[in-house]
Design a protein around this ligand. Structure first.
Ligand code: NI
Length: 398
């Protein structure tokens, strides 16, 4: 039962529709001038100029290339943060349209230009409804989602989450048609950590393996045995991915090398599994190496935390969408093994991450994210603006 729509929902939709061509224009401006992670200076300059036209905003610059805009509503209530990422990727734009990237080798191939445009749209819209707005809305224009250690952690470090009660974000998604929207309970994106494992053996002539400790042989056993962590040490309900993606050893055909270096990626959907993984990898690697007389050294680098939606926030958003945005359909989707640095914010406040359908076969928009032909259906911008603009009225408890 969706119930009666919020009294402001129709007004928000009308304002969003009127404003839509401007939002599309902002998106295309940013699409033409993409910037890599930690280098988003022109994007920030553009956003600051647009934000300067909005009344009653307080602008903060937590880092060089990020912005926080605060809007205090006319009614009391808690604080909701809404985050959009703004960075692009080192990919050559392969599209042929008037808004294609003007920067060689750099492209908004993940849709972050759209996220920034949606958020800017909701800044405008919510400032027009400021008297009715409960509590505070903090708009996070976040740099460097695409590159470790990620902009989210830097913004948290700068204190942007102080006093935030809840946080939401959204991503356009190329695997769902426009009009669909996904807000899961629990995991949405996997964590992403990486490791380097050095196997230390003893080199020698390829003709005399008995006088060597062959790190290639030992490394190969380690690669195979690491999958036992997934298959035999992890609860079947807890997904864990360990992918060895690098294996470097030796130069010559007739020399057994002294050492080998392996590297790879570890992904999972819970903090508990994530905490256990390094020790399990170390145990397998040490055990296998020891069995063959070799040693190993492990460097384990923590990357992005899993994005785990709070069921209360996610449920409230789904209910709000069904009630206030009846043109959208709430869809189911499995959590994604990709990673997202939004988890850094979720360590400090409950929140939820929505996926906004943006595929349109009719418009020929169906390439995956990070593809040179990636584009998204700009109708999805309307849904993003509506989601971000309705959310404070529901989540801030009016
Ligand atoms: Ni992305």
């Amino acid at each position: 039962m969706a119930g009666d729509p919020h009294p402001l929902a129709q007004r928000i939709e009308a304002l969003a529709r009127t404003q839509h061509p401007r939002v599309v224009g902002w998106r295309r401006t940013m699409h033409r001038q993409p910037e890599l992670s930690f280098q988003e200076r022109e994007t920030v300059r553009f956003l600051l100029a647009e934000l300067a036209q909005v009344d009653c905003l307080e602008i903060e610059r937590p880092t060089d290339t990020s912005i926080v805009a605060r809007l205090r509503g006319g009614r009391p209530g808690p604080t909701l943060a809404i985050r959009a990422d703004i960075d692009a990727l080192p990919i050559q734009d392969g599209k042929h349209c008037d808004y294609r990237s003007q920067v060689p080798g750099v492209m908004h191939a993940c849709g972050h230009d759209g996220h920034a445009a949606m958020l800017l749209g909701s800044v405008h819209l919510l400032s027009a409804l400021r008297n009715e707005l409960p509590g505070e809305v903090r708009f996070f224009f976040q740099h460097a989602e695409e590159q470790h250690p990620g902009g989210a952690a830097e913004m948290v470090e700068a204190g942007v989450m102080n006093g935030v009660d809840r946080i939401i974000a959204a991503h356009v998604i190329s695997t769902q048609d426009t009009g669909g929207i996904v807000v899961r309970d629990g995991p949405a994106f996997a964590s992403s950590d990486r490791f380097v494992l050095r196997v230390l053996g003893k080199g020698g002539h390829a003709a005399n393996p008995d006088r060597c400790i062959d790190p290639v042989f030992v490394g190969a056993q380690i690669v195979a045995n690491l999958q036992a962590i997934v298959a035999r040490n992890t609860d079947a309900h807890d997904a864990l991915i360990i992918s060895v993606t690098r294996f470097h050893a030796g130069e010559a055909f007739n020399v057994i090398p002294d050492g080998a270096e392996l590297g790879g990626s570890v992904r999972c959907f819970s903090d508990a599994v994530r905490r256990r993984a390094p020790e399990l990898i170390r145990r397998i690697a040490d055990g296998v190496a020891g069995a063959h007389g070799a040693r190993c050294e492990l460097d384990y680098v923590l990357g992005y935390a899993p994005v785990v939606n709070d069921a209360g926030v996610a449920g409230a958003l789904r209910h709000m969408i069904e009630r206030d945005m009846p043109a959208l359909q709430v869809r189911e989707m499995n959590p994604m093994p990709n990673s997202e640095d939004f988890g850094a914010f979720l360590q400090h406040a409950p929140g939820a991450y929505a996926l906004i359908g943006a595929r349109s076969a009719a418009k020929g928009i169906c390439h995956p994210h990070h593809h040179p032909m990636f584009d998204f259906d700009e109708d999805a911008l309307l849904h993003g603006v509506q989601l971000f603009s309705n959310a404070p009225f529901t989540l801030n408890g009016a």
